[in-house]
Write a protein that binds this ligand. Structure first.
Ligand code: SAH
Length: 546
């Protein structure tokens, strides 16, 4: 009879986390071979099996013994903690078999039974740190040259992988984790969240959340896995969470999404996708003036897009060349966005001002623009940390650049706020959407229009429970002019749809950098509203600074 080799990962160590197949295989086996500690961990599953226990450095003799017993016709279980295929016994057993000229058809049968590896068990205790691309690196240099390990740490650091460090430190190997920290500090902020988990799902389980800077001040040993966050990993209520990127398309704290389901997979909703990296065809991606002429690399295209959508100008702009042609992140990135106390609310509280000052610190800056906006620029490793703090203090955060921005009035100190829900709906649906050139929608709650809605690219004025619409204001230049009144008395139920369709068309048909008023003039008709030439005298265009 042909023998059988089960190579089993029994998970982190608790009975509940051993898979059913692993339990069956251990119970079916006649011989169970494993490292002493592991045999103890699964002793509840053992009955009449012959047990072969060996010490820590005896993996090779364990594998050889397993193969021998299987060749003698036995059913043999070789056990590893976690997953047997992750720094476990699976590869070694196969190598021993290969050394003996084993064949799949003639030789002993082999079944590898998967288990929960430490990267998964420790991550579950930390929150959700490996939500994005991650890698495992074993710091053990007993079998792998340190030079190679250091190279992998370097590469993972550069490429912004979340990293799970296995075998991080032992009684004798103490320098590797120090070197690793040093390498990673070249690419990541000292504040990068780090999780240290000892004995996950075992008796002496211990979980610590710290930072890249402070990680060495905690106990790290052979039973520990260290998880290093990437540049976006954030801390929340003592949990480590790496965003998947949903915030690029979705508004997570709202039931209403600005991209409708059919829009979410459109190419313009994913300017960072590979498809859009075609520099030959710049028409599908709008670059800012300077960039389109100076460095229209695929990176700049993607960066610009990311900046706009992500609120985090600079996360990728900070790509810089290092010795190799690979690209890397610098530790810090510039986060740039507009803050206001709300769409309608124009009053900052003292607490908000204090928080703003704290967030900006000595290094950041804040700019007051002609559009009664405050633009904040701060250098951060973790944009979400700052944005979530500001949001929790009631700030409205909006992306800047070539995006749709809604500029509402204060609705007479919120006394005439009947139309405010429409402004909010428009903002949720299209606020922040990337457009060929920056576009402001002025929204005023009464016919006084004291916040000048009619001088914006698009003006919306609420009057007698209906809306008046103005299109195509020329907001700058000596020949600036107000937007054209195109409709009066639009029914409230129709307003949002009309605006959305106008913006959709501008996104789809506008040329890069084409301002909305020029677009309106070129297409002549939007939603049935006809463009009318603005009677104006000829005036030489002035260049800024003249
Ligand atoms: N095959 C195992 C890894 C073996 S290497 C797996 O897939 O998980 C041994 C290393 O795994 C340890 O140094 C530690 O870094 C990690 N490890 C294994 N079990 C662990 C546990 N319960 N808690 C934390 N780390 C663990």
């Amino acid at each position: 009879m042909r023998g059988k080799l089960y190579i089993i990962g029994f998970g982190p160590g608790s009975f509940e986390h051993i898979t059913k197949r692993a339990r069956e295989a251990i119970q079916e086996s006649e011989v169970v071979i494993g490292y002493n500690t592991y045999i103890d961990l699964i002793r509840d599953l053992l009955s009449s099996q012959t047990i072969v226990r060996t010490g820590m450095t005896e993996e090779v003799s364990r594998a050889q013994e397993a193969v021998r017993q299987a060749e003698a016709g036995k059913k043999v279980a070789v056990i590893s903690s976690g997953d047997a295929g992750v720094y476990g016994m699976a590869g070694l057993v196969y190598e021993v078999l290969i050394g003996k000229g084993w064949s799949r058809t003639e030789g002993v049968e082999v079944e590898v039974i998967p288990g929960i590896s430490a990267i998964n068990s420790t991550a579950s205790l930390l929150g959700a740190p490996i939500m994005h691309d991650s890698c495992t690196i074993s710091l053990s240099d007993h079998l792998t040259p340190w030079e190679q390990i250091a190279k992998r740490v370097e590469a993972a650091g550069q490429a912004d992988f979340v990293i799970a460090l296995y075998n991080p430190r032992s009684g004798r190997r103490t320098r590797q984790i120090v070197e690793t920290q040093q390498i990673l500090l070249k690419y990541r902020s000292p504040d990068t969240p780090v999780g240290i988990v000892k004995s996950a799902y075992r008796d002496r389980e211990h979980v610590v959340i710290t930072t890249l800077q402070d990680m060495l001040n905690h106990d790290i040993g052979m039973l520990t896995t260290v998880i290093i966050g990437n540049s976006t990993t954030l801390l929340y209520e003592g949990l480590m969470i790496t965003p998947r990127g949903y915030q690029r398309k979705y508004t997570l704290n709202s039931d209403v999404q600005r991209l409708k389901p059919h829009q979410r997979l459109r190419s313009e909703a994913e300017p960072w996708a590979l498809e859009q990296w075609d520099i030959e065809d710049e028409s599908n991606v709008a670059l800012s003036d300077a960039e389109s002429t100076e460095w229209a690399t695929p990176y700049s295209v993607a960066l610009e897009a990311l900046n706009l959508v992500n609120l985090s100008k600079g996360i990728m702009e900070r790509y810089s060349q290092v010795e190799s042609p690979q690209l890397s992140f610098k530790q810090q990135s510039i986060l740039e966005f507009a803050v206001s106390p709300g769409l309608a609310n124009k009053k900052f509280t003292a607490k908000q001002m204090t928080l703003l000052a704290e967030v900006i610190g000595d290094e950041g800056d804040i700019e007051y623009t002609p559009h009664h906006q405050l633009i904040v620029r701060v250098s951060v490793a973790n944009p979400e940390q700052i944005t979530s703090r500001l949001r929790s203090e009631g700030f409205l955060l909006q992306p800047i650049g070539d995006v749709v921005q809604l500029k509402a009035c204060d609705f007479c100190n919120l006394e005439k706020a009947d139309s405010l829900p429409y402004a909010e709906e428009i903002n949720q649906l299209i606020g922040g959407l990337k457009v060929p050139k920056e576009l402001r929608i002025g929204f005023n709650g009464c016919g006084m229009t004291c916040y000048n809605a009619v001088s914006e690219d698009i003006g919306i004025v609420y009057r007698k429970e209906k809306f008046d619409l103005f299109l195509g204001g020329k907001t700058v230049g000596r020949n600036a002019h107000a937007a054209q009144p195109v409709a009066e008395g639009i029914e409230p139920k129709d307003l949002v749809g009309i605006i959305e369709r106008i913006i959709d068309r501008y996104i789809e048909e506008g040329h890069p950098n084409e301002r909305f008023h020029k677009f309106f003039r070129r297409v002549q008709k939007l939603e049935g509203y006809r463009f009318q030439e603005v009677p104006t005298f000829v005036i030489e265009n002035a260049i800024c600074g003249d």
